[in-house]
Design a protein around this ligand. Structure first.
Ligand code: ADP
Length: 235
């Protein structure tokens, strides 16, 4: 049997010290396979962001293990975690987080620039990523010239241009209307199915969670319901 791709083992996260200590995650055990599409749900304060920060290697557990593709992330240095992030993870946020006054093309090229890729290859890869998210022809437009849905597509192109194995999405449809939200979810499903990208998404919206293959509900820093949908995703 192969190991799960992502594992939390008896993972705890405690913020602060002494009287102000807050136990945000309690002995969390979690296994996620490669190619899964997980919606992380739960009320405000239940530990979703803490979980995403740890999954995204932006924070480390106080105790317990976070194993990513066989690597114990909790034992890595800050620089090693940054490398892991840059090579294996892509991030999409509710607020798009694009650079203003910077074209879609340049926004998507940014992670490649950080990797030291040459200009020509960067242009080609960014163009391909933009085409993949349905934005061929919009390369020169700045965020202000794009709709919210299009801006989120640029953000997704930026997240996948490095060919990550995992895409972490924090309320990716939180700023979009229903029609645009569905389009973004369909795009995430497509990336999950066609490119086998593991998608880990926080959402408050049950309608959006339905696009996932599995929902994990957090409650008071623990995993409550963990449901894998049996249905064939026909979305
Ligand atoms: P969610 O994303 O589900 O709303 P969080 O993971 O952000 O929940 O927070 C879980 C709990 O941990 C909350 O009660 C929150 O107040 C607390 N918390 C989060 N970050 C910090 C921090 N940096 N310092 C102290 N407490 C924090």
């Amino acid at each position: 049997m192969s190991q799960p791709f992502i594992q939390f083992q008896n993972l705890n996260k405690i913020y602060g010290q002494g009287n102000t200590q807050f136990h945000a995650l309690h002995d969390v055990n979690l296994s996620i396979n490669q190619g899964d599409f997980v919606a992380i749900m739960g009320p405000s304060g239940s530990g979703k962001s803490t979980t995403m920060n740890i999954l995204g290697c932006l924070d480390v557990p106080t105790s317990g293990a976070y194993i990513f593709d066989g690597v114990h992330v909790e034992n890595l240095s800050r620089d090693q975690r940054a490398l892991l992030r840059r090579h294996y993870l892509g991030f999409v946020f509710q607020g798009f987080n694009l650079l203003a006054r910077t074209s879609a093309q340049e926004n998507v090229e940014l992670p490649l620039l950080y990797r030291g890729m040459g200009a020509e290859e960067r242009h080609t890869e960014a163009k391909k990523a933009l085409a993949l998210v349905g934005l061929a022809g919009w390369e020169k437009n700045t965020p202000a010239e794009l709709s919210g849905g299009q801006q989120q597509r640029v953000a997704i192109a930026r997240a996948i241009v490095t060919h990550p194995t995992v895409l972490l999405a924090d309320e990716p449809t939180g700023n979009l209307d229903t029609a645009r939200s569905k389009e973004i979810m369909e795009l995430l499903v497509q990336l999950n199915q066609e490119r086998n990208i593991t998608v880990l998404m926080v959402t408050h919206e049950p309608d959006m969670a339905e696009y996932a293959k599995r929902t994990i509900h957090f409650i008071d820093g623990q995993v409550g319901e963990d449901i894998t949908f049996q249905k064939d995703k026909g979305n």
